[in-house]
Ligand binder design. Structure first.
Ligand SMILES: [Zn+2]
Length: 223
């Protein structure tokens, strides 16, 4: 940010931020697309998304990677909620103000990570490494109840696995023993750590160089 920045009053700063975002946002391509399904996280580098770190400098989330659009990042800077850790070359400006877009920001207040992994379709696929638990294909996935609902099987971490449509169809509502179809790993309730570890195997299609230091520094090293 420019050197004269701190002399600007907070309200004025906020207003400038809002004006800047209104004026410049439409001109820039919309940025971070994180699909709720599938394993490819599509990121458009031209959109200058910012990597969001917790107050301990670890990413808020590895997968999908915690990224904010530049508009949200700039807003958070103006509201005093984040520190700028690293910047893009690219700047935004109005006649009276100029600022480099943040490429890495860190929250000023630590957000305690949840210890509880949410039971969602996405997280089940993530636990199962996005592969069919019967044949290992990584195509379009569905949900399979290992013990079919017809036999009293419930929709829980311990009874649901990722399965491709053909395997799902083939298994139908039969018990595993009936059709000799057993999932390659016994379904389990993962910890947030388990999911984070799995998520690291799926980096997004694009990583800005300034993000790399914060993504993998705490990863376990290969022996
Ligand atoms: Zn399959």
């Amino acid at each position: 940010m420019d050197a004269d920045w701190p002399t600007v009053g907070r309200h004025a700063v906020r207003d400038i931020g809002a004006v800047l975002i209104r004026r410049i946002a439409p001109a820039m391509q919309e940025v971070v697309r994180i699909p709720s399904r599938g394993k490819v996280v599509n990121i458009s580098p031209e959109g200058c998304p910012a990597l969001v770190l917790n107050a301990d400098y670890r990413p808020l989330s590895y997968f999908p990677l915690s990224l904010w659009s530049w508009q949200d990042a700039v807003k958070a800077v103006f509201l005093g909620r984040v520190n700028i850790v690293s910047e893009y070359e690219r700047t935004i400006q109005s006649p009276s103000f100029r600022m480099r877009l943040p490429s890495v920001i860190s929250l000023k207040t630590y957000v305690r990570p949840s210890h509880h992994a949410a039971f969602t379709r996405f997280n089940v696929f993530l636990r199962d490494h996005f592969i069919c638990q019967y044949c290992g294909t990584d195509g379009e996935l569905t949900f399979d109840h290992v013990i079919p609902r017809r036999h009293g099987g419930r929709t829980t971490w311990e009874n649901v696995v990722a399965a491709c449509a053909p395997c799902n169809l083939k298994k139908g509502s039969r018990m595993p023993e009936e059709c000799q179809m057993f999932p390659m790993q016994r379904p389990y309730r993962p910890s947030v750590k388990d999911l984070q570890r799995n998520g690291r195997a799926f980096p997004p299609n694009y990583l800005h160089e300034s993000w790399r230091d914060y993504l993998y520094w705490d990863a376990e090293l290969e022996p």
